[in-house]
Ligand binder design. Structure first.
Ligand SMILES: [Zn+2]
Length: 438
């Protein structure tokens, strides 16, 4: 055979093996995560549910076959969530038209008994494969849902971090716990494999678990991740499988366009983009805007109360010290510790209203106090301070830190008693007493 012939034969074989362009199907996955109850745009004009809704509807209209999914943590982060225990958030996002979503650790902040209420308010499927009680019952009733999108069968499996208990308190979780996510996802992936052309995991996982799932679950074609708030600049890919994640607080919508070879159950090509939600240039969707305004007005009555003034910026590290001072003042404790991850916003220069403190401290955490010997004090508390090893010190922390001492405090087994004082009220009182923060 001549070289030209050999080349022709090779090309012919390639053409026979490769799926013809008309066998490929397009599927678009629009995705959000960690909306954290940010129903209105932030001070920089990013996000806002009504603006996000506009972009979702526009993108969906330009897609052939389309799914909208979320990777958890709808609730917790603003007063509307705290005051009404998360329910309005699920009522609002119902208007986005999600095909499925999963639970995030903060969706447990009001106790597991709220989850069925969230599911009723949402009306879209909320799936979670690995939150179970001792009898093995699934908290959400189902681990996955299979959607038929114009003939493309897509299995959507939900999963939460294995260390869920470390992100909550025993009272909130009760008997529920999280099974190891990757193994559990693989078990359900095997169960749905014959009934689905593509398996998608909605993954509210820690960063290392996200990578583990991408590398270790070959059945899974696409991972829509959440929980990790840092920006993912580029999608992650491993052996043709893809992991995507949007910015938190509804500041962007993710759009993953896939070309699928259905008989081979393979992603042939893909393109991912992050669409910024700019409230200044994107008009709000009217129906959502009306509902957001309704909730904002109800909340305003509670939180739009002047409490003082900040003469300078209080970024998170500075605010952490302020909160510790407030805890000491409210309890008379000699030492205080605030877990940095619990400081959820900064205080900006200018007049302060109670809402600013709600944004910093959306959680209903209480202040707890304990007596601790100097030598038992963890480095996170003593940092830079001289302590006498045998002397007993009073230490104020919050109940979340007390319930998660190894990860949050670097200690274990310290005993605290609850003062019943809400940390948020303690901070508000501290500012009100001074009126001016220099
Ligand atoms: Zn989370």
């Amino acid at each position: 055979m001549s070289r030209v012939c050999r080349l022709l034969v090779a090309l012919l074989l390639l053409a026979l093996l490769a799926p013809a362009a008309d066998q490929l199907r397009s599927l678009t996955i629009l995705h959000t995560n960690d909306l954290h109850a940010r129903i209105s745009p932030d001070q920089e004009g990013r996000g806002g549910f009504a603006h996000l809704a506009t972009v979702i509807r526009r993108e969906r209209a330009s897609a052939e076959a389309c799914l909208l999914v979320d990777a958890g943590d709808f609730a917790q982060g603003t007063p509307v969530s705290t005051i009404y225990q998360g329910v309005p958030i699920f009522e609002l996002v119902r208007r986005f038209g999600y095909d499925a979503a999963t639970l995030g650790n903060h969706d447990f902040d009001y106790g597991t008994e709220m989850i069925p209420r969230f599911m009723r308010a949402a009306r879209f499927p909320i799936v979670s494969a690995n939150v179970v009680n001792p009898q093995g019952r699934l908290l959400t009733g189902r681990a996955y849902v299979i959607k038929n999108v114009q003939g493309i069968r897509v299995a959507l499996i939900g999963a939460i971090m294995g260390g869920l208990r470390g992100f909550s308190t025993p009272e909130r979780l009760g008997e529920w716990r999280a099974l190891p996510p990757v193994d559990t996802v693989r078990k359900y992936a095997a169960e749905v494999r014959d009934r689905a052309d593509l398996i998608v995991v909605l993954a509210h996982l820690e960063a290392a678990e996200q990578t583990e799932l991408l590398r270790g679950a070959p059945e899974v074609g696409v991972i829509v991740a959440g929980h990790v708030h840092s920006i993912l600049e580029l999608a992650m890919e491993h052996d043709g499988r893809i992991l995507v994640r949007s910015a938190s607080y509804g500041r962007e919508l993710g759009r993953l366009d896939l070309k699928l070879d259905l008989p081979a159950k393979k992603v042939v090509s893909w393109r991912w983009k992050r669409i910024p939600i700019n409230a200044k240039s994107v008009p709000p969707a009217k129906d959502v805007a009306v509902q957001v305004a309704k909730w904002d007005a109800r909340v305003d009555k509670v939180v739009n109360v002047p409490i003082g003034e900040a003469r300078s910026e209080y970024p998170q590290p500075r605010l952490k010290s302020l909160i510790e001072e407030a805890m000491k003042e409210a309890t008379g404790a000699e030492l205080a510790f605030m877990n940095p991850g619990g400081v959820r916003d900064r205080l900006r220069r200018g007049p302060l209203v109670a809402r600013d403190v709600w944004n910093v401290m959306p959680f209903d955490n209480t202040v707890v106090v304990g007596k601790v010997k100097g030598k038992q004090l963890p480095a996170s508390v003593t940092a830079g301070k001289a302590v006498e090893p045998e002397r007993e010190y009073t230490l104020a922390i919050n109940d979340f830190t007390a319930a998660n001492q190894p990860t949050q405090l670097g200690a274990d087994g310290l005993v605290f008693s609850d003062t019943g004082k809400l940390l948020r009220d303690v901070i508000v009182a501290y500012i009100q007493k001074r009126q001016v923060l220099e």
